[in-house]
Design a protein. Structure first.
Length: 259
């Protein structure tokens, strides 16, 4: 991991990711839509947090704001203690490249690059040396060692997602943001990918934020944040599949009674 010297770190510097009173408003006047409504959260290093909620609840918007892909209308986001609002566009781009790993439903691999080149792309763009031992360790763990010279078109869906996970891990980021990473996979492959993400947390101390609609996926997390109408409506600690389903049903019941 990157070494740095700090004196008397405050509480926010000890967090991998934090947000305070986030709002995100699209449009104005009669067409105004409030996608986020006062979201606050603290995520410690080495934690696996899932974000769940009904369609339109603000899950993906929250992930994009936390990752600096979109600016909040108001509120503060800090990654590793760094306030994103105090950074220039170029600095935020560099932070996303070096300190945030991304795993998307659609893999987002470069089709003409080999598996090896896709994995090392963030380091290549940053002009950083690829640590051979680190690359070998990651690809061995993810079962990609025999596929490093293959193109994405020669891989299964599960292998493509493993490649995306390896690319996210290789920069040793502060946090990995995963947006519906199993959405295009069958149940067996989804379980394999989720187990690998869980292993990244347990073995590498990686911090992971997962957006999902699947209670089974959320059950791999340390805790689940339930989002509705752009606000956190509840949490599930040490989740199981049944506990997540029960919490979601309770959330739907509350929403129905309000309507």
């Amino acid at each position: 991991m990157r070494a740095s010297v700090k004196t008397a770190p405050d509480a926010t510097e000890r967090l991998a990711l934090s947000a305070h009173n986030l709002t995100k408003v699209y449009g104005s006047g009669g067409s105004e839509v409030k996608a986020l409504n006062g979201v606050s959260l603290d995520i410690a290093p080495g934690r696996f947090t899932a974000i769940m909620g009904p369609s339109g609840s603000g899950k993906s918007t929250l992930l994009h704001v936390l990752a600096g892909l979109e600016a909040p209308t108001s509120g503060v986001v800090r990654v590793g203690g760094v306030d994103l609002a105090e950074m220039s566009d170029a600095e935020r781009t560099e932070l996303r490249r070096d300190r945030i790993g991304f795993v998307f439903q659609s893999y987002n691999l470069v089709p003409m690059y080999t598996v090896r080149a896709n994995i090392t792309l963030p380091l290549d763009l940053a002009g950083r040396t690829v640590p051979a031992d680190g690359l070998e360790r990651i690809t061995d763990t993810l079962g990609l060692s025999d596929h490093l010279e293959h193109l994405p078109s020669e891989l299964s869906g599960g292998q493509r997602q493993r490649t995306a996970i390896a690319r996210a891990l290789v920069t040793e980021p502060d946090v990995i943001m995963a947006d519906e990473p199993t959405g295009n996979l069958d149940n067996r492959t989804s379980a394999e990918v989720l187990s690998l993400l869980r292993s990244a947390v347990l073995e590498y101390g990686q911090t992971l934020v997962l957006v999902t609609h699947d209670p089974m996926a959320a059950a791999y997390a340390d805790n689940v944040l339930l989002l509705t109408d752009g606000a956190i409506a509840g949490t599930v600690e040490r989740p199981t599949y049944d506990a997540v389903v029960t919490a979601l049903e309770a959330l739907r019941s509350i929403n129905s009674s309000v309507i």
